[in-house]
Write a protein of this length. Structure first.
Length: 220
């Protein structure tokens, strides 16, 4: 079983928080997602909830090494393996759902990053070479979700890269709507997708980064 999770805290709640744990596993014919919520208020774990999807091959599924993204009342995690997709956990109904991504994205193996769009909807950034495409999930008239490209960004022009360079995605800082990128082998940068503001964060060879955002009182 592969595990991932998230810790949430509402504004003003200092010592009360829920923890959401998700797992994926199963046999070659079927993949099973399981979720459970821990409440710091009661100190107990809730009931298990699950959903399953049919396998499309012989590979297992695993969660990408990126944090979840909170959009509305749901948490979303990106997974890979047998196929690429998104698992959704609804915080109100405590239910799970699996969302498939557009087949066009399979042409890219340089990275996918879940995002919350400027209008608050779920979106996904796919990266192929130096070309980043922002996909948005919509609901059409018959209620069936669909995906569409809303923006294309040429990162080599934005970051002044030569033909020998490369870019990979490493996550999303949701409170500031920043995509975390690795440029070449050792430069970590952020890009604000709406404004295309670029900022170099660090210069080292660490491979995993976890975006952490916080607030503090001025002068402390």
């Amino acid at each position: 079983m592969m595990q991932h999770g998230a810790v949430l805290r509402a504004a003003g709640e200092v010592d009360r928080f829920p923890v959401v744990l998700v797992e994926v596993g199963g046999l070659a014919e079927q993949h099973l997602f399981i979720a459970c919520v821990y409440s710091s208020k009661t100190g107990v774990w809730g009931n298990l909830t699950s959903t399953s999807v049919q396998s499309k091959g012989t590979f297992t599924l695993y969660f990408k090494g990126m944090p979840s993204v909170l959009v509305g009342n749901s948490l979303y995690w990106l997974f890979d393996g047998d196929f690429v997709g998104i698992v959704e956990f609804n915080l109100e109904r405590h239910s799970l759902a699996v969302i498939e991504v557009p087949l066009d994205m399979f042409e890219s193996f340089d990275g996918f990053t879940l995002m919350r769009a400027e209008d608050g909807e779920l979106s996904l950034l796919s990266l192929s070479g130096f070309t980043a495409q922002l996909w948005k999930r919509n609901t059409i008239t018959d209620g069936v979700p669909s995906w569409g490209i809303v923006r294309t960004v040429e990162l080599d022009k934005l970051l002044s890269l030569d033909s020998e360079g490369y870019v990979t995605t490493h996550g999303f800082a949701e409170d500031n709507n920043l995509v975390i990128l690795r440029v070449n082998i050792n430069i970590i940068s952020t890009v604000q997708i709406e404004s295309l503001q670029f900022k170099k964060v660090s210069d080292n060879s660490k491979w995993y980064y976890y975006p952490f955002e916080s607030v503090y009182a001025a002068g402390i």
